[in-house]
Design a protein around this ligand. Structure first.
Ligand SMILES: O=C(O)COP(=O)(O)O
Length: 226
């Protein structure tokens, strides 16, 4: 690990936990309670990464209800989605192969945090059920819209909590919002190629990781940003 890199911030969905099937389960539970049809995992996978409000909005748009439905429907779907997630956190997904071992190895030497667009209570429940919470120093979830990545706020909050400048962090994530938030915070970035997001363009200043274990190897090399 380079001298200035002192802590690692991980995205949750599509980076630590393969949650698409679990998110689809909770979303479809909420939709069914509202008398609406559900969606398959492939569709839902493409809607993950910007938080549950965006997920609900995208589901409503795909249901052709967007714009004609009252705001209370979105509110109710969101409430029921959160409840379904908390009721069955263990069904929300498992860590990707190699993730638990990676966190175990990295946490020996460096603080690890999660920076996610999931609200904190949901994020903590999912991480706990996945057996990952014990490796983490803190979980920073987006509890208000303004905190959501690509805003740098959660990364800044994480850095502040560790008493480090954001530049001392590496943000590892699968989505464009993760890399944009890292750039906005002035912190280094690594793209998790095993997740849901598209590959960053050639101009993006980020490590490209094919598998969780690649991170250990890359941490021995010079950092992509200074
Ligand atoms: O979309 C979500 O709920 C959270 O997504 P993230 O963990 O990739 O930030």
């Amino acid at each position: 690990m380079s001298e200035r890199l002192r802590a690692i911030a991980f995205d949750l969905d599509g980076t630590l936990v393969d949650s698409a099937a679990g998110v689809a389960l909770a979303l479809n539970d909420a939709l069914a309670r509202a008398g609406l049809p559900g969606f398959d995992v492939a569709a839902v996978r493409g809607w993950i990464g910007d938080g549950p409000d965006a997920l609900v909005h995208r589901a409503l748009r795909a249901s052709a209800l967007d714009g004609v439905s009252p705001a209370t429907l979105a509110w109710r779907l969101r409430r029921d989605f959160d409840a379904a997630t908390l009721r069955a956190a263990a069904a929300q997904g498992s860590p990707y192969p190699g993730v638990a071992a990676l966190l175990r190895a990295l946490s020996q030497a460096h603080p690890l945090v999660v920076v996610t667009n999931k609200p904190t209570p949901l994020a903590r429940a999912v991480l706990d059920a996945a057996g990952l919470l014990g490796h983490l120093s803190a979980v920073h979830g987006a509890d208000t819209p303004a905190e959501r990545k690509p805003s740098p706020r959660l990364i800044e909050q994480a850095a502040q909590g560790l008493d480090l400048p954001p530049a001392a962090l590496l943000m590892v994530g699968d989505g464009p919002a993760d890399l944009q938030a890292a750039c906005a915070a002035g912190c280094r970035a690594a793209w998790a190629g095993w997740g849901y997001g598209p590959a960053p363009g050639p101009a993006a200043d980020a490590w490209r990781l094919d598998a969780p274990q690649d991170l250990l190897a890359r941490l021995q090399q010079p950092a992509p940003m200074t």
